[in-house]
Design a protein around this ligand. Structure first.
Ligand SMILES: O=P(O)(O)OC[C@H]1O[C@](O)(CO)[C@@H](O)[C@@H]1O
Length: 620
């Protein structure tokens, strides 16, 4: 275990004067060619797109002698670095939030070169906020900024929708918390638990906020079903035990048709039936009006329904009913969350890059990853309660930025990989590699100044508290990484409060939008996810055909065990034999198919049949 003095002596500024590895080594790859610089060139060329934004920028950034501006390397002189720190430090006084991008190596030339792109991005954002169709592929407006400032909504109908929904959900949550709205048959006489069923953007925000902000003894405790893993679902229901009778089940799905969420709902409804409970009296739906889920909830007479708006994307829905209702039920001050987001949005409207925190993040991402995602973003919050921030950001950033085509239809395969857990815990896991191993990332430190509520701190050794260690670990890691040319951003907040969490969410939502403009992609759709969903549907359709074929053979007298080839032929899908093998192996592992001969380890030897003949299915 490092001693605190060891941490400080690791301070790097001071030891190394190495040039920035990234730029020198990448430049060498392109030696002989000077008109287009660093990795942007080779990658874009490999990917075969001609009008790559990144490539243009790379070319633009070449200096007169053809060397990339980036080649200058990171500032290492302590005095120059301090000046850079002070010069670039962003502070939001009212929010108590700081953003330090001094450990990202962008140059003044780079900032100037990017200026026109930023002005275009600000213009696009202004149009988006006014209600332009900012998601052209889906023909949708993008209105998450209106959620915290309904006056911004492009018409009074939308404004009222936002205000009324907020009013309704505040009233509903107050009534639930106060016990005015009760579960029908619970000895507790009031709701004690929330079970949230949803996935992706319909889970990650609520999970992050619950972890960050729920008090130690919330009025209602929250649990999540965010997958179609039967064992995971069973675990959540088992943990509720008899409290199922006092559980408010919130089913969240914008589309109202996501299979994992539907499955979660069906499993929970089964548990309610088996416990003799009336699900409808404890069920709440958050979904688009008229969706399958909305219709089900309406027809079955669920306790409440709240709208999810067409113009709010899943990954930017934390400030809609999706995030606000679960938060309010846990006693989290959602008006403060909205206020934090509103303040952050306001500061992100300035068109001066240096004064615009979201733009500073986007600038840093662009620089660090060559505008191509060539480096990953490692998010390290030094605060346990922010553990899920990296997971939340993973969807926000990667589902928004990871796109095959740009807005002009060029194949660009854009992206920005996000991962991370928390410091200093990760110090004892993967930070070894970050410091010394493959240089394929930049770090975002999230620092929280207040260690504990006032009056609770104590010195565990003379002059040093537990929180000082955490602080030392952060500062030491930041310095040690920079000393080895690893760039980092630091976002600092005073405390983890509803206001600062709202601000953090708003900061990253905006940064993603601006960055998407810089790299010319649509941040607000997710066509790639559809491909996986379609393929999953095809597997399940094939499984039904396999079952029908096996059933027919198993209904014969005597039963006719089939080889995999026979099953594939009878399914008219010989090319799908591997998938058929996997389907059968999965069914066999779950006692739904029987292996007559051979074993799953040697697929060619398998002969398979079903334990029972389903006569009805034969004639279906
Ligand atoms: O809220 P829904 O419609 O159930 O979708 C859940 C998630 O699925 C996606 O559509 C695709 O994974 C996400 O964008 C979304 O957050």
């Amino acid at each position: 275990m490092a001693s605190i003095s060891g941490i400080y002596s690791a301070s790097p500024t001071l030891k190394r004067q190495k040039p920035l590895l990234k730029s020198t080594s990448l430049f060498r790859k392109d030696s002989g060619s000077v008109s287009v610089s660093f990795s942007a060139r080779s990658k874009s060329a490999d990917r075969g797109f001609s009008a790559s934004v990144a490539r243009e920028i790379s070319a633009e950034l070449s200096t007169a002698d053809g060397a990339p501006a980036k080649k200058k390397g990171l500032v290492k002189d302590p005095h120059a670095l301090w000046r850079r720190y002070v010069d670039w430090l962003y502070q939001h006084k009212e929010l108590g939030l700081f953003l330090d991008v001094s450990r990202v190596g962008f140059t003044d030339e780079f900032v100037s070169e990017m200026e026109p792109r930023f002005q275009a991005a600000f213009k696009a954002m202004e149009e988006l906020e006014k209600g332009a169709i900012a998601n052209p592929d889906e023909g949708r407006m993008v209105g998450h900024y209106w959620l915290r400032n309904p006056k911004l909504a492009p018409n009074s109908f939308l404004r009222l929708q936002i205000e009324n929904t907020l009013g309704d959900l505040l009233k509903f949550s107050n009534d639930v918390v106060s016990g005015k709205i009760k579960p029908p048959s619970s000895p507790a006489g009031r709701f004690t638990q929330v079970l949230s069923v949803g996935i992706g953007g319909s889970a990650l925000g609520p999970q992050f906020v619950a972890e960050a902000l729920a008090p130690d003894n919330p009025p209602l405790k929250i649990r999540f079903i965010d997958n179609t893993d039967p064992a995971g679902i069973d675990h959540q229901i088992a943990q509720l035990g008899p409290e199922l009778a006092s559980t408010l089940v919130i089913v969240i799905s914008k589309s109202g048709g996501t299979p994992e969420t539907r499955n979660g709902l069906l499993e929970v409804q089964k548990a309610f039936r088996e416990a003799g409970l009336n699900f409808a009296k404890q069920g709440v739906a958050i979904t688009q009006e008229g969706s399958l889920l909305d219709n089900t909830a309406r027809i079955e007479g669920w306790l409440a329904r709240f709208p999810m708006f067409d113009w709010v994307g899943g990954r930017t829905s934390e400030m809609s009913a999706v995030g606000l209702l679960p938060a309010a039920l846990q006693g989290i001050d959602i008006e403060e969350m909205l206020a934090g987001a509103l303040l952050m949005d306001e500061s992100n409207r300035t068109t001066v890059v240096k004064n615009n925190p979201a733009a500073l993040l986007a600038l840093s991402w662009y620089w660090a990853s060559d505008g191509l995602g060539s480096k990953d973003m490692v998010v390290l919050p030094y605060k346990d309660s922010l553990l899920l921030f990296s997971r939340y950001l993973q969807q926000l950033v990667m589902e928004s930025i990871g796109k095959e085509f740009d807005l002009d239809g060029n194949r660009v395969n854009q992206g920005l990989t996000v991962y991370g857990n928390k410091g200093s815990t990760d110090q004892h896991a993967y930070i070894q590699q970050l410091r010394e191993g493959v240089h394929n990332f930049f770090v975002t430190f999230i620092e929280v100044l207040r260690d504990r509520p006032p009056g609770h701190d104590w010195e565990l050794e003379p002059g040093v508290t537990c929180g000082d260690y955490l602080f030392g670990m952060l500062q030491g890691t930041r310095s040690a990484l920079y000393g080895n040319d690893r760039e980092s951003i630091t976002v600092t907040v005073q405390e983890v409060t509803p206001r600062s969490v709202g601000a953090l969410i708003a900061l990253y939502e905006r940064a993603v939008g601006i960055y998407a403009s810089l790299v010319n992609i649509n941040a607000y759709h997710q066509p790639g996810v559809e491909a996986g969903k379609k393929a999953a549907g095809e597997v399940l359709a094939l499984q039904k055909r396999v079952l029908a074929v096996l059933n027919e053979a198993s209904c014969k007298e005597p039963v006719e065990p089939l080889t995999l080839e026979e099953v594939a032929d009878r399914c008219h899908s010989p090319e799908q034999i591997e998938m058929i093998y996997k389907i059968i192996a999965h069914m066999a592992a779950n006692d739904r198919a029987l292996i007559a001969e051979g074993s799953c380890g040697s697929p060619r030897s398998i002969k398979v049949f079903l334990g029972e003949c389903n006569v009805d299915a034969l004639y279906a």
